[in-house]
Write a protein of this length. Structure first.
Lengths: 141, 141
DNA sequence: ATAAATGCAAATAGTTTGCATGCCC
DNA sequence: GGGCATGCAAACTATTTGCATTTAT
């Protein structure tokens, strides 16, 4: 076995390529979500010939394969992060600071949805907006 | 007083126009969120000369004025709905059916966030995805 | 060898902007 | 009448697609 991601792809008849490796490694090291543009810029440092089309295609592909996760944050654009532990985001609408929220906190809410609506919730990712402690003191609501 | 929305705009030095009235009326009658494109198409039936630029400008303006609310749903595009009661959405990822979720259900979650993170949450709108009761029987997870 | 993946370039979708004209108050 | 708002057209951003070439297996 070469590495888990490579094996995962090969077992499905797909290939591991330098471009895919670079994107995975960028997301692993980022430790936070990145936009396609941010990813593209970092890619060019490792692979100068890489194009935006490849970034988008690769992100879609890796999402299908479950290796990365897309998330909606403000301004309606998708951002991506490495698929590891389940969590959600809390974003400060004043300073933009992002915090992770563990999935467990949402479990009881999902439970209530299930009971009152019959829906089986499977949102992988939800983003909440608010004011972080620091900004609550400086920003006028 | 002519109507509440008109008064609201005039009191701020803005004007009520046929275009704004049509968009507000479309959103009131829709009873659900609509995309800019859907709004544009319905506008043209009432005001054939209307352009997409005006739709976008008007939606941004009405959002600033608090008369309509933007919401993120799947695929990263913004949709709009009339500003009335606070609620959230539950969308079936199989059939696309949308259900409203009362804001009260999220209050206790917000409370927990507040305690454990210090954030003051003010998300006006959160969308959850899942499977509606009907689709749970027909769709393979 | 062969099918998958990339690079390149062009196309598409969604949204925003500048500017002259029109129209609400 | 004065200034806000619209229509028109063009610009812009983000993303997708077709096709020839390259490359992982």
């Amino acid at each position: 076995m070469i590495n888990p991601s490579t094996d995962r792809l090969r077992s499905q008849g797909y290939r591991m390529t330098p471009q895919r490796l670079v994107i995975l490694s960028i997301l692993e090291n980022a430790g936070r979500h990145l936009s396609p543009q941010e990813i593209f810029e970092r890619c060019r440092q490792a692979l100068p010939g890489m194009t935006e089309a490849t970034v988008y295609r690769t992100l879609n592909f890796l999402t299908e394969q479950g290796l990365v996760l897309p998330a909606h944050i403000g301004s309606g654009q998708l951002v991506y992060e490495i698929a590891s532990h389940e969590h959600h985001h809390l974003i400060c609408r004043a300073c933009g600071e992002t915090r992770e929220v563990d999935h467990a906190l949402l479990q009881s809410l999902y439970q209530q949805f299930q009971v009152s609506t019959g829906y089986r919730i499977d949102s992988m990712h939800v983003t909440f907006f608010g004011l972080c402690p620091a900004c609550q003191n400086t920003v006028v609501a």
